[in-house]
Design a protein around this ligand. Structure first.
Ligand SMILES: C[S@@+](CC[C@H](N)C(=O)[O-])C[C@H]1O[C@@H](n2cnc3c(N)ncnc32)[C@H](O)[C@@H]1O
Length: 275
């Protein structure tokens, strides 16, 4: 316990960027018939998201295991395997919105990858990533996925993102940044929520997401936590799998395709940067 705490403290002291405090969060109403909740406005979203991920970091991994019946581990394995399959000679990888480092850790196990960077703006989430990648040649950085200026154009063979794109304030701008930091013929693999198509399954999926998932938050944290309302509601403003595929093509990616997991509850998009 103490060791893990020390590591997290050390991790904090190694962080590179401080992000401003949280004030005056404005909200947008996306209440559904299942649940009443207001999402923060686009302008206030980054502070809101960062603050709230800081708040839930300590049980985030357990929450993921519970709400996906451990399946997120298989999906994340798939992301890394597919990224490597797409760029077999890849030497560098960036895991954006890396959170507690699940995908970063999986990337770090690849002996061919000489550079692996995990980036997230929540220091608390990152503090749980440090112990996972300890001893591996991985750099964990506090930073904003919307602003990757610290990386020159064409820095990485692989960019991955797990359940992060839904949270950024401007999806297209973020995708443009990702394309910029990718090398020619590099690959972007994005894992996030999708839309469940069969009608009868959609009802159960919504019920699970809007009614059961917030209960997990209650069980894990001992009180109601609005983050567990934010998570399902944020999927309502996130494009469905076909729309995201179109956006990726519009932004300039090529060979864009996606793979549904569990009837589209989760979906991974694979997109390559052209010449
Ligand atoms: C749902 S968690 C996913 C964590 C991890 N990728 C996973 O799959 O388990 C989303 C993460 O995105 C981070 N995040 C959201 N917006 C971000 C941004 N603009 N820049 C950096 N990190 C961001 C949050 O801090 C949080 O750790």
């Amino acid at each position: 316990m103490k060791l893990a705490k020390d590591r997290r403290e050390k991790a904090k002291s190694r962080t590179k960027i401080k992000i401003a405090g949280i004030e005056n969060v404005q909200f947008m109403d996306v209440s559904t018939s299942m649940n009443q909740y207001k999402l923060p406005s686009q302008e206030k979203k980054p502070e809101y998201v960062r603050k709230n991920f800081d708040g839930i970091a300590k049980a985030y991994d357990r929450f993921n295991d519970w709400n996906s019946f451990f399946l997120h581990r298989i999906w994340k394995d798939w992301v890394v395997k597919e990224a490597k399959r797409s760029v077999p000679h890849a030497k560098s990888a960036l895991d954006l919105c890396c959170g507690t480092g699940d995908i970063t850790y999986r990337l770090s196990l690849d002996p061919d990858l000489e550079t692996v960077v995990g980036l997230d703006f929540s220091e608390q989430m990152l503090s749980y990533a440090f112990p996972k990648v300890e001893g591996q040649p991985v750099k964990l950085i506090v930073g904003d996925a919307m602003n990757l200026k610290k990386f020159p154009e064409g820095s990485f063979d692989i960019v991955t993102m797990g359940f992060g794109l839904r949270n950024v304030s401007d999806l297209r701008l973020c995708l443009q940044e990702i394309k910029r930091v990718l090398k020619k013929e590099g690959v972007f693999v994005n894992l996030d929520v999708g839309r469940v198509r069969p009608r009868f399954l959609k009802f159960f999926a919504d019920f699970y997401f809007f009614k059961i998932v917030p209960l997990f938050g209650y069980l894990l944290y001992g009180k109601q936590n609005e983050m567990f309302d934010y998570l399902p509601h944020s999927s309502k403003t996130y494009p469905d799998q076909e729309t995201l595929q179109t956006i990726l093509i519009e932004v300039g990616f090529k060979e864009v395709w996606f793979r549904n997991f569990v009837f589209g509850n989760a979906v991974a998009h694979v997109a390559k940067k052209g010449n």
